[in-house]
Design a protein. Structure first.
Length: 223
């Protein structure tokens, strides 16, 4: 059975309607309607198989769920170079936030030094979802032990008009306010972010359980 046949076997028309509202920027006709747990099972089923390898070679895909399976499968690749080669081949075809956001390569956790140059290149990309992916990798991998304050500048300096990219900038800074408050709050105090991103980052930080009440009170004064 092919990946596409496996997806269509798990079609849920009611879920398709729900999913279409969550991802309004893609054609509803390209959404089959398969829930994430089923997609992850399918990705695991085909990962490392001949059918799976053939599927990864065929780009672009027609359906949203095929793109989801693709990123899930690539994220399972255990070799850093091979995984990143496949990520870079796939990123130009990413056309919506769930495909961009729902999976992170596990091999990146132990390869931060090799990963950072790619993150910088991805963030600089003119392709919205390549840049968003780079910011998300920076957020996921470099806001804890390997954090450096200059990484904040990579996100803050990105000029963005697209809603989904600006939302990622806000998400990044809200998370930075939770994890690296002293450095991140400087960007809020000095209003170094786009006004919309500034307001949204404060909103998301205030809504976060990871930001202290004291910090939330101060952030409210910076709206």
């Amino acid at each position: 059975m092919s990946v596409l046949k496996s997806l269509k076997k798990n079609e849920d028309k009611a879920f398709k309607e729900f999913q279409s509202k969550l991802v309004p920027n893609i054609d509803p006709a390209t959404i089959i309607g398969v829930r994430t747990p089923q997609m992850k099972q399918i990705a695991k089923q085909y990962s490392g198989t001949k059918e799976g390898e053939d599927f990864l070679k065929k780009l672009p895909h027609k359906y949203y769920e095929e793109n989801m399976i693709h990123i899930f499968m690539v994220s399972m690749i255990k070799d850093f170079d091979k995984c990143t080669e496949e990520i870079e081949r796939f990123l130009p075809y990413v056309d919506c936030w769930p495909v961009c956001d729902q999976s992170s390569p596990k091999v990146y956790k132990k390869n931060h030094e090799k990963l950072l140059p790619f993150i910088k290149k991805w963030i600089a990309s003119e392709h919205v979802y390549t840049s968003r992916f780079g910011m998300r990798m920076l957020m996921n991998e470099f806001l804890d032990g390997d954090f450096k304050k200059e990484y904040l500048k990579l996100v803050a300096d990105k000029k963005a008009e697209d809603y989904y990219l600006k939302m990622m900038q806000a998400w990044y800074f809200a998370t930075a306010l939770a994890k690296q408050y002293d450095e991140a709050v400087v960007y809020i105090k000095k209003r170094r972010l786009d006004p919309w991103v500034h307001a949204k980052a404060i909103q998301k930080a205030i809504e976060s359980y990871r930001v202290t009440d004291e910090h939330k009170e101060y952030l409210r004064t910076l709206k």
